[in-house]
Design a protein around this ligand. Structure first.
Ligand SMILES: [Fe+2]
Ligand SMILES: [Fe+2]
Length: 205
């Protein structure tokens, strides 16, 4: 599938686009962008690993999440390499409200929790892709090339998560996806004092 086609589907899935003000801020804070991006890759691998530990009886999930964890760790390594080339020191950066905001809406326990975690994973993956694509034209050649290469690798992650969510759900997940979409869109479109890879509209601190 062509990358433009994948991106169209991602944009339809997300409903709203990253605000231009976020792009402006990302270009001003490229060190924080890369550090937080590295953290996101690490966390994506961790999420996949946690699911591997919790759901040993679900064959498709085990295969997909194992593959995903490896890919995300490879991305992590690639981001760290770029940071080193640019002399950006890897330091502790607090996580954004985005992932925790989504995770707070996850129902606790059993199947419901699994379905919600998978849907949240889909949104985080999709938003990451949308941001890679929207940022790329403004970045230097090397970073632009890297972000476009990530798009090819990440482009199907959100669909993997969504497919697993529907597979393991006893009911149609459309309503649940819509509820998370509404929350996701609020987190993206509302003022956010802290710039991060998944932050909202930059507000003057
Ligand atoms: Fe990744
Ligand atoms: Fe991913």
């Amino acid at each position: 599938m062509k990358i433009e086609q994948v991106l169209d589907e991602i944009r339809q899935f997300l409903h709203i686009e990253t605000p231009d003000a976020w792009i402006d801020e990302a270009l001003k804070q490229q060190d924080v962008l890369l550090i937080d991006h590295a953290n996101c890759e690490k966390k994506a691998a961790t999420t996949a690993m946690n699911l591997l530990y919790k759901h040993i009886d679900r064959d498709d999930l085990l295969k997909k999440m194992s593959q995903l964890a490896r890919e995300e760790l490879l991305h992590f390594e690639q981001v760290v390499n770029i940071m080193q080339e640019r002399g950006i020191r890897y330091r502790a950066v607090s996580s954004s409200r985005y992932a925790s905001g989504l995770r707070d809406a996850v129902r606790k326990g059993g199947e419901h929790e699994l379905i919600d975690v998978l849907i949240v994973g889909a949104f985080i993956e999709a938003r990451s892709c949308e941001r890679f694509a929207k940022l790329a034209p403004f970045l230097d050649d090397k970073l632009a090339r890297f972000y476009r290469s990530l798009l090819r690798s990440e482009g199907r992650h959100y669909q993997d998560y969504l497919a697993l969510a529907q597979q393991y759900s006893a009911v149609d997940i459309t309503d649940r996806v819509a509820a998370f979409r509404q929350l996701e869109n609020e987190l993206i479109a509302s003022p956010d004092p802290e710039f991060r890879f998944h932050s909202g509209v930059p507000s003057a601190a």
